[in-house]
Write a protein that binds this ligand. Structure first.
Ligand SMILES: [Zn+2]
Length: 75
């Protein structure tokens, strides 16, 4: 077998996938794999929530979030 482990390939594509940095064909490949692989899907969701958390934690994001919350509270 010269075929590479598809999960290993998926892992390589995960970061550029999240960065929207892949070719359309690679996006399709990654999504096809994520669709059928619970292991990679979990890892994808984890990365996604991690990125969301980091983004919100970043100073700029925090400011924006606070402004948004103040806007909601103050009207
Ligand atoms: Zn996989």
């Amino acid at each position: 077998m010269t075929e590479r482990d598809p999960c290993e390939r998926c892992e390589e594509m995960l970061q550029p996938y999240l960065d929207r940095d892949l070719e359309p064909a690679e996006v399709a490949e990654a999504e096809r794999h994520l669709d059928g692989c619970a292991y990679c899907r979990r890892r994808y969701r984890f990365e996604l929530s991690l990125r969301r958390y980091i983004r919100i934690s970043a100073t700029e994001g925090l400011k924006a979030k606070l402004a948004e919350l103040r806007g909601l509270a103050g009207g």
